[in-house]
Design a protein around this ligand. Structure first.
Ligand SMILES: NC(=O)c1ccc[n+]([C@@H]2O[C@H](COP(=O)([O-])OP(=O)(O)OC[C@H]3O[C@@H](n4cnc5c(N)ncnc54)[C@H](OP(=O)(O)O)[C@@H]3O)[C@@H](O)[C@H]2O)c1
Length: 235
């Protein structure tokens, strides 16, 4: 993709989303920095826009305003660390409402816009936990696995309409989401953002940002379980 890009990044006020917005601006893109509270966007060179991905009215409003988008980055996410059997069911629902239905809401609103603007790309920020499903993050992993399936299905649906769909898989990043993890186990989100933008602009179906994700993918066909199979405690 070489033409001038107009991108919208969800959850662009902090964490990986902020770094993705910075990276896109650095590459000359026009960037809508979408956030539930747009007043918390403190980036120069972006257009803050209100967007709660779980609120259909908010999504419709954002789609009316950002009608020139050619690249959509579905980054917004939550991690409740709820366990499926005894965790609060509201948390289990929140994970699914955000990662699965929220991402789908935004894609349904923006895919026709991107197509109408001559085609473009969508990036879904997934996780190594789309592939590994530890019980300690059962709600999150289930929702990310569902978002992975969604990503594959919409990729097929949108390919003939000139819209590529990329998935980003990553383990721990140094953001508010995983403050409980030691720093030496986390990747700099700015590094991940660079890799992700390279991938989405190349139309890569899958962007694997770190070794833990590479190992998890390689272990998907490993049927042994237990020791020797994929590690099972990533965020
Ligand atoms: N950090 C990691 O180790 C890690 C690993 C793998 C994948 N990921 C994924 O990376 C993405 C970014 O996470 P992060 O690490 O940057 O987390 P973060 O620092 O906690 O940021 C999460 C962002 O998502 C926004 N958000 C949450 N719910 C939203 C909603 N309903 N509508 C709109 N925005 C919403 C938050 O907005 P508010 O400021 O309003 O809360 C915030 O901007 C997520 O999809 C996450 O699952 C993270």
């Amino acid at each position: 993709m070489t033409e001038k890009i107009t991108a919208l990044v969800t959850g662009a006020n902090r964490g990986l989303g902020k770094q993705l917005a910075i990276e896109l601006v650095a590459r000359g893109a026009k960037v809508y920095a979408a956030a539930r509270r747009p007043e918390t966007v403190d980036l120069p060179g972006v257009i803050p826009i209100q967007l709660d991905i779980t609120d259909p009215a908010s999504v419709r409003r954002a789609a009316r305003i950002a009608a020139d988008v050619t690249v959509l980055v579905n980054n917004a996410g939550v991690s409740t660390r709820a366990n499926l059997l005894i965790g609060p069911i509201e948390d289990v629902r929140l994970e699914m409402e955000t990662h699965y239905f929220g991402t789908l809401n935004v894609i349904r609103a923006f895919a026709p816009i991107i197509e109408g603007n001559g085609g473009g790309a969508i990036l879904n920020v997934l996780s190594v936990l789309s592939w590994l499903h530890p019980h300690t993050s059962g709600a999150y992993a289930s929702a990310k696995a569902a978002a992975w399936a969604l990503t594959d299905a919409v990729r097929e649906e949108l390919a003939p309409r000139g819209v590529s769909v990329s998935a980003l898989h990553v383990g721990y990043m140094d953001t508010d989401m995983v403050t409980y993890i030691p720093a030496d186990q986390k990747t700099d989100p700015a590094v991940v953002a660079r890799l992700a933008v390279d991938g989405v602009l190349d139309g890569a179906p899958e962007i694997i940002a770190d070794d833990i994700s590479r190992h998890a993918k390689a272990a998907l066909s490993d049927t042994r379980g237990g020791e020797g199979a994929a590690p099972s405690s990533r965020a």
